[in-house]
Structures are given as C-alpha cells and as structure tokens.
Design a protein around this ligand. Sequence first.
Ligand SMILES: CC(=O)N[C@H](C=O)[C@@H](O)[C@H](O)[C@H](O)COP(=O)(O)O
Length: 224
Amino acid sequence: MSVLQRLRGGLVASCQPVDDGPMDRPEIVAAMAQAAVAGGAVGLRIEGVDNLRAVRSVVGVPIIGIVKTDLPDSSVRITVTVDDALALADAGADIIAYDATPRGRPSAREDVLAAILGRGCLAMADCATLEDGRVALAGGASVIGTTLSGYTVETEGRHEGPDFELIAAFKALGGFVMAEGRINTPELAARAIAAGADAVTVGSALTRLEHVTGWFASAIRGAR
Ligand SMILES: CC(=O)N[C@H](C=O)[C@@H](O)[C@H](O)[C@H](O)COP(=O)(O)O
C-alpha cells in the first residue's frame, strides 16, 4: 500500500511537545509516538531530526517530518531551508512538510519543495490559503494541509476552531487534503472528514500536556 493509501481516512498524531518543556526529549517523543500508534494513529508528524530518528527506529507507520526554526526576520518556521529538508529525508521521513505560504524565508519554497521531491519523499504543503494549495499542487506537492490557516497576518483570527471552509475548498482542488490546526476534540476530527479531509492531524490535544492541562484548569477556574 502506498504511503497516502495508508494515511487515507485516518488520524495522524503530531507528537510535538512544548518547546524546552520536560517532555521535549527524543526518547519521550518516541514513546508518545508508540502510544499514539497503539491508540490507532495511522501516521505521525514529528518535529526535529533527532526526534524523527528516534521515532523511526520504533514505529513502522508513515512519518511526516518537519524542522521548526525561529528566524529573526520572518515568521516562517516550518522547514525553512533545503538543508533541513535533506536532513529529514536522511532521518527516514516518508513525507516532508514545508511552509507553502509565499512569505520570505532563507530558501525559496520552490527550492525546498524541489529538494523534498529530489530525495524521493512526498511533499506536504502547510498552507494558509486556497492559493497556497493551488501553487503547491502545481509544483508537485502531494498533500495540502490547512496547517497555517489562522497563523499568518492574512488569516489571523479568521477562525477560532478548525478552518472547515478551507478543507472543503481544498477538496475541490484535488490532491490529498490534510485537515490540521485546532482540531481539539474527536467531534471536530469527524467534522473535518465530513468536510472533505482525506486525513486529520491532531497535535496539541494529544501531545501537549501543558496545553491540555491548561484548558481544563482554566475551565475549572472560570466555573468557580
Ligand atoms: C501553526 C504551527 O506552527 N503548527 C505546528 C505545525 O507543525 C504545530 O505547532 C501544531 O501543533 C500542529 O500543526 C497541529 O495543530 P494542533 O496542535 O492545533 O492540533
């Protein structure tokens, strides 16, 4: 079965602990990944080359790899250089996700995409808009994700929850549609599939213990 066939209709667990938090260690990310697969995840999204290597050695499901970098002069963070893309391919990523918005960054998005495809990996375009998805598919990306909707100046504050409109619009474009971003409950995940997603990625609600704890703690404080 192809990588996309294995992901179709399933859950991808994004195992990204809070940066520099107590769970931000490759062995813990690998354990999270194993637990997610045991729970039914058909794929994983992993940040960082060391984490990816640790996860690759313990699971067989498809892995979407990214490297996040905080740049001084750009808000683009996801797989911003050709070297990052190549390192993820070497570490065993099946799919490499990159920032597919037109915002400036060290390597042009086209160059990052070409590097991913050149290594025989599939490319996932992390998009904010319909136009990002259109450009990415035309350039050879296989997966278009709603990952960055709500996280660019253009789209900030547009949706409090998942961007179901973009999921539906992507469906009409063709390509493999990944619903991603603020899908924090099983009900929202099911709605994403009903809206046209081929697969759903969930991160914070599964693997950012600090965030999930905070949601509960503040709801309880607010109810007092
Ligand atoms: C915008 C951005 O940088 N998104 C990142 C991409 O990898 C992650 O921080 C998110 O956790 C991931 O997209 C999953 O989304 P959520 O955690 O909302 O389920």
